[in-house]
Design a protein around this ligand. Sequence first.
Ligand SMILES: [Zn+2]
Length: 332
Amino acid sequence: MEDESDDVDDNNTEQADYDFIPVVHDNFDPYAGPIWEDECDDIENYMAKLYKNGEIYKDQEFGKIEIRPWQIYTDKQHLRDVVRDYCIQSGFSIVVEKANNQIYTARCSDETCFWRLHASRLPDGVTWAIKSIQNAEHTCLGLQTKNPMVSAKWAQRVLLEDIRAHNDIPAKALNKSLWGRYGVQMTKSTLYRMKSKALVEIHGGMMCLTSIEKACKDLWPEVDRRYCCKHLSVNFKQAFPGPKMWQLFWLAASATSPFVFQKAMKQIDKAKPSARVWLANLGEQSRWTKHKFDPLIKCDVNNTNFVESFNATLGIDRARPVTTLLEGINPF
Ligand SMILES: [Zn+2]
């Protein structure tokens, strides 16, 4: 019974992943041909073979993905993820013919092609191994159109670390990464939608500002912080729309004297008393209005524009280890 429920679940996800490719049944029986003979071997022989040939698949973020028989995967999802990455990188797609919690058989989506992969679960019940790849050199020409295996869900998985390292990474940089690693590109709108989902996954839906705030307080309790007024103004605008409120916000935020600041605040209070409360709730005025900035910090910038420019200059290298990052920005 347990097997059955897993099957159903599995078929459902398979369906969701491959819903653009109609599954064609070609009467291919993975147990019929001589190539699957190892399945019939007795367990001792089987374990000897595994011990001799087996190698645990090592995840590699960059470079050519290679799959071969007797490669071992931590679980079935791992196998499926690697197979998908491999297919996308090599420019073909597959049709999963049989997938349950014991075997996984797929063929090239080109019906004239004889490429086939067969994998199965190992006796430990968790790990999986590729048992054979038939016609590893495709007899088809590969995909001439967009690979249907390229999905937002796939991109979210392969780009997760890039996004974790650089939450504001632009679509252009994400595409550069996809192109370099897999030779594919996606539309900007898909990438932005995928990125916001990835950020929820990364931050667990929590406001990242809160965690940065907490981290700073723990690490440098004596250092004061400022808010980026550009980001603040966007939030302010949502709560208090209209050009007048917008103008008054910037007047208060950019005021370099208490006189100008008081004037602006009085007008804000007159127009919308709740806006004054909103600003009071931000805490210390030294965090957002220029006239209260600590004069010891020789910088009166009240936005993070230069940080954004810095990030944009780093581009994709920001997601890389620090030495690679330095090589990347060396020309500057
Ligand atoms: Zn093929």
